[in-house]
Ligand binder design. Sequence first.
Ligand code: MTE
Ligand code: MO
Length: 353
Amino acid sequence: MSTSSTESSATGDLVVLATQPFVAETPLARQTENLTPNTRFFIRNHFGVPTLDPGAWRLTIGGEVSRPRTLTLADLRALPARTFDATVECAGNGRSFLPPPTEGNPFGYGAVSAASWTGVSLRDVLGADPFTGSARDVLFVGADHGFEKNVGSDISFQRSLPVEVALHPDTLLVFEMNGQPLPVEHGAPVRLLVPGWYGVASVKWLVEIRALDHPFEGYFQKQRYIIPNEGAAPTPVRERGVRAIIIHPNADEIMPAGKVEVSGLAWSGNQPVARVELSVDGGRSWTSTDLEAASSPYAWQRWHMTWHADRPGDYTLQVRATDTAGRTQPEQARWNLLGYSNNGIQSVSVQVR
Ligand SMILES: Nc1nc2c(c(=O)[nH]1)N[C@H]1C(S)=C(S)[C@@H](COP(=O)(O)O)O[C@H]1N2
Ligand SMILES: [Mo]
């Protein structure tokens, strides 16, 4: 286990929230490219970073599968590779703006980044008729582990997917990020990518896939990454909510009267964003911005608009995204114990002088 190399290589580009485990977000002002450079990509670890030798790495496939086996990196690379862009967002992104404060890392709006991912479809890895008739849930096990005080023992990072999500052609086992070998802090040598879901589903340092004959009930599945409901089963954190953020201008910026280029990013879960609207009067009126086309259904999109800020004063800028499935952002997200899925509309105050 070592986290020191991660810290020294990442701190220049990231805002570090915690070092043990390492958690860091991308500063908003540095979300300047359509794809986030690897050194600027946010990091969310629950344990220390395991160092896995790619040559010695093995992926065990077992449980309720037709053909239990062990694969090498060369076995994965022999399958047809797929590359597409996808945003990854932590379910805790924007948590610090959810009043009152909740448990968890106090993320601003930077626990989100986008990359071009290369890997193989898990479906191709598993092959035809992969599961026995008893398979109900597919478990993914990371090599990272540690003492979890809420459990009282040493546990590894484990998450499951419904069979149909595991078999979706866009669910990948990834070994390259932005055309480079997957960096160690992002799960090298191989991570899972569930492209439209909150980041927690995309298990890093993947070492085992096990089909279960029952729903997985592990800590990160049932105690965390859930939204409690009064008198009903909790809602698991799954597909990302739709959201837009303002990158320019900065919060509390003081600007001379005249033309202001307002710009930012917008994304959803399994489909692109259809519309981003801007309000400069605290949400009373909204105007459509210019929205760039999505490079993939899972990738964020840039939007921009010229605001004629001719009259001096204090302004509240807000943006609201709507996706191609018709989902839009709530004015304020529902408060929940662990502060997940806050896709409430962002407000940025600026002064025109
Ligand atoms: N093995 C493992 N996988 C993991 C995690 C982890 O701690 N261990 N964190 C998850 C969470 S909560 C998020 S948001 C994403 C973050 O991916 P990144 O660090 O590459 O940005 O990884 C997910 N996969
Ligand atoms: Mo996360």
